[in-house]
Design a protein. Sequence first.
Length: 190
Amino acid sequence: MKIYTKTGDKGTTALFGGTRVPKHHIRIESYGTIDELNSHLGLIRDQDIHQDYKNIIINIQHNLFTIGAILATDPQKATLKSGKERLNIERIASKDIEALEQEMDTMNEALPPMTHFVLPGGHQTVSFCHIARCVCRRAERLASALNDVEPFESNALIYLNRLSDYLFVLARKLTYDLQANEIKWIPEKH
């Protein structure tokens, strides 16, 4: 299999199902940002963090590939008129969303209560989490815009929302684990 196909040389790309769209289409922006997010998660996974976090991140990365496939699929070719699936596309299950919620609950139990917003940073690994969180929020915004035009499975959008929350809590937990300084944002009075 060759990596280069030359089929995109004129600024179009094929969706799953064969439909060609411009590379700047909101659908391409959506799953391209999911891919970017997945790469940032790989960077976090490559850090010196506990293996449990790495295992969770690997699972998240698999789910992001599923979401990318959902977003990369031509909705006209994903289902037949009868509503039955035409293309074999995995789904995000409620249990995937619940797993993120359970992980956040577990991490929060070990953390001091949050009384203020916190400034991103304090340790390189924590900063990577904050960058991933921001990319996740952008992916969610793009996916939400796409969903307004061409609706897709609701659990994918819910998962992205929970994932950005998870990445914030992970940043706080890694700050705690790494004994980094968590700087609170306290607005200055003028």
